[in-house]
Design a protein around this ligand. Structure first.
Ligand code: ZN
Length: 383
């Protein structure tokens, strides 16, 4: 992962996860990620709140921000604008951070002005008057980078050099990586079996960057909590037996709502025993979700569903696999917390079918549903 170029806006990161202790031990990161982290420190607090507000902030600064936003301008001093606090301008020209460019917005850049006679004064407000000629200082100035900045740009911009891989700890301690230090790290974390560790390469975009920014203000295990949220990654804890049962029911309910699957059952696209196959799938998903000692990744679940549907000769291309997988992950996460809102919601809802499915439909019309029994609702709306 070392020495990657800075041309892409996506930045990938290799996480080392201890599945037993349910933690991200550390991340192997390229220059771009470290630049992003360092860049956070140069952001004004007002900008941070503005970025995070939609994701709801912990603490009270969000309220402060709202108050200023809602306050009528008539209460403000004539020489102050609410914008100064709500949209602070950043004066950090030198370090160009390509990653996630939180300040890509040009309005965040501070501008400077002088008078038309080029006197030696500079202002950041084009209505200011030059102390010497008393004319308005409304001629915009252009920032020119010095030699050192040009040299820096040639080396990829940002804050740190790209020649090495960096090690970022869960609590955001950053240092250059070496093989010796990673062995020392494993000892420090008291990792006894390397088999209990998993490597996962994740990539970051704006959304994940914001999750990490948020986590960095709230806790000491930033990578663990930031990525768990960002990637629907669940590092299992113990499920209560009630949760295990609820989860089982939830899977049934959710699959019952999955139009494509219900059509496959109804039309026996996987053969006469399609229904049994689906029951087995339910068991498989349940076991996959409740396995105690491995981290769960949504992409694995998607593959499981995709493979199963293919085994029923059904190719799905409507995004419903991703939807179902996502709901299963949410359901599982809620079960870990002893909450069952999604399952309850499924219980209340009537099976609907507004999915657009691209399957080759063999016009099968079988006489009523044969394998009756149970309280399974098998409603398939014709489209
Ligand atoms: Zn002047």
């Amino acid at each position: 992962m070392a020495g990657s170029s800075s041309s892409s806006t996506k930045v990938s990161l290799k996480l080392l996860i201890d599945v037993k202790s349910k933690k991200v031990l550390f991340a192997e990161a390229s220059k771009e990620f470290v630049d992003f982290l360092f860049h956070i420190l140069s952001l004004p607090v007002g900008t941070v709140i503005k970025l995070l507000r939609k994701n709801s902030m912990v603490g009270s600064l969000g309220n402060l921000y709202d108050s200023i936003e809602n306050l009528s301008s008539t209460y403000m001093q004539p020489n102050q604008s609410k914008d100064v606090v709500l949209n602070p301008k950043i004066a950090n020209y030198g370090a160009h951070v390509p990653l996630l460019s939180l300040n890509a917005d040009d309005s965040m850049n501070r501008k400077f002005y002088r008078c038309a006679s080029s006197h030696v004064y500079v202002a950041d407000d084009p209505t200011a008057l030059c102390p010497q000629c008393k004319y308005q200082m409304n001629t915009g100035l252009t920032y020119v980078a010095g030699e050192s900045a040009a040299k820096e740009a040639a080396e990829g911009g940002g804050f740190v050099k790209g020649v090495v891989t960096y090690m970022v700890m869960d609590d955001l301690v950053v240092k250059p990586m070496s093989t010796i230090s990673s062995i020392t790290m494993l000892n420090k974390f008291n990792v006894k079996e390397v088999g209990g560790l998993e490597e996962k390469v994740v990539s970051l975009e704006m959304k994940e960057g914001l999750m990490l920014l948020k986590a960095s203000l709230q806790c000491k295990n930033v990578l663990t909590s930031g990525f768990v949220e960002a990637f629907a990654m669940v590092i299992p804890a113990q499920l209560t037996s009630e949760a295990v049962n609820q989860l089982r029911e939830g899977i049934d309910l959710l699959l019952g709502k999955w139009t494509a699957l219900q059509m496959a059952i109804h039309n026996e696209w996987g053969g006469r025993d399609t229904r049994q196959k689906v029951q087995q799938l339910t068991v498989e998903i349940h076991q996959w979700l409740i396995r105690p000692s491995e981290a769960l990744y949504i992409d694995e679940l998607e593959n499981l569903l995709d493979d199963f549907m293919l085994s029923l000769n059904t190719e799905i291309d409507d995004g419903s696999i991703e939807e179902i997988a996502n709901e299963l992950m949410i359901m599982h996460k809620e079960c870990l917390e002893g909450k069952f809102a999604l399952i309850e919601q499924l219980r209340q809802s009537i099976p609907t079918s507004n999915h657009h499915i691209q399957v080759v439909n063999g016009g099968v019309d079988d006489s009523d549903s044969t394998s009756s029994s149970g309280d399974e609702s098998m409603e398939i709306a014709d489209s």
